[in-house]
Design a protein around this ligand. Sequence first.
Ligand code: IPM
Ligand code: MN
Length: 367
Amino acid sequence: MKLKILVAAGDGIGPEVTAEAVRILESVAEFGGYDFEFRHAPIGGTAIKVHGSPLPESTLDAALESDAVLLGAVGSNEFNALPPNRRPEAGLLQLRQALGGFANLRPSFAWPALCSNSPLRAEVVNGADILFVRELLGGLYFGEPRSWDREAGSAWNTMRYTRDEVIRVARVAFELARARRNKVTSVDKANVLEVSQLWRATVSEIATQYPDVTLEHQYVDACAMHLMNTPRNFDVVLTENLFGDILSDEAAVITGSLGMLPSATIGGQVNLYEPVHGSAPDIAGKGIANPLGAILTAAMVLRHSAKLEQDAQAVETSVRKVLEQGYRTADLARGETRMTVSTQEMGRLVYQSLNEIIDRRQAMHAV
Ligand code: IPM
Ligand code: MN
């Protein structure tokens, strides 16, 4: 197994959490005898400072030459005054577009050990296991025309989807539902938006090719409420770019912290992996960020790019064990300091737990 991974750690807490994810991938490679090659490149605010651009050409070239890109986070308050197309975030959006992945998978899972961490009642979240499939290359993020006419005091963006864009992401959602609990909830605003009517009609059409999968439609406002009231009713949630951005942050409440959520973007030339959380400038450099979102993102690299399902599960099991042992980063600690650990300590605990699992697995194979 050979895999070229470009690490674009980016801004804020990106480098801290990504370092822990890379350590996990390195140890999986070492134990399994896989050849993972890591290269590093700047993106976001860090890249603006050095190269004057949030996505330098050298970074883009390196990304296109790799098998997978592992991104940390982008965003920095220093650039708040810049227009959207020159901000750190633009680097990530350009990268997403260049790599071509259109299906952004964002699992939101209620870890049993963390159920009491959610502001929702434990019995509401316990057992929730949702996979968001967020369309990543269309909608308001990329639609033209877009502009801000300062003199006229008017600004506009365009929410646009083509049938083909909806078909390809819908297929991913239905396929994934087949490997789960056979249900897709498609989320739109078809009572108001034409683009949502196209979305709904197209998804319904594709659903006929998956008679074993149940399709339900929800308006995005209702979905936002159902996610908090009855998170267990969801399996795969299929939605467009901006709705997916908003709902996946909301779903972090189920898990107890935004710091827990991983993501993988598939369907393009090169898969892109990034935790859902941002650069969190307020806690950057303090060693208190939660690396589990990044580590679970590394598990998605193993699953979707390396096709090492067993190793992906081993990483997820390690995370579960460390949480069951009671270890928490500050975001999960809820004021309790006894078992609160730093970013690096959390990374090391997962690493240790992973080594134990792999050792045991290899011992079993040896007899
Ligand atoms: C996310 C982030 C990005 C997005 C930003 C940083 C451009 O919020 O991955 O959810 O809006 O897609
Ligand atoms: Mn977001």
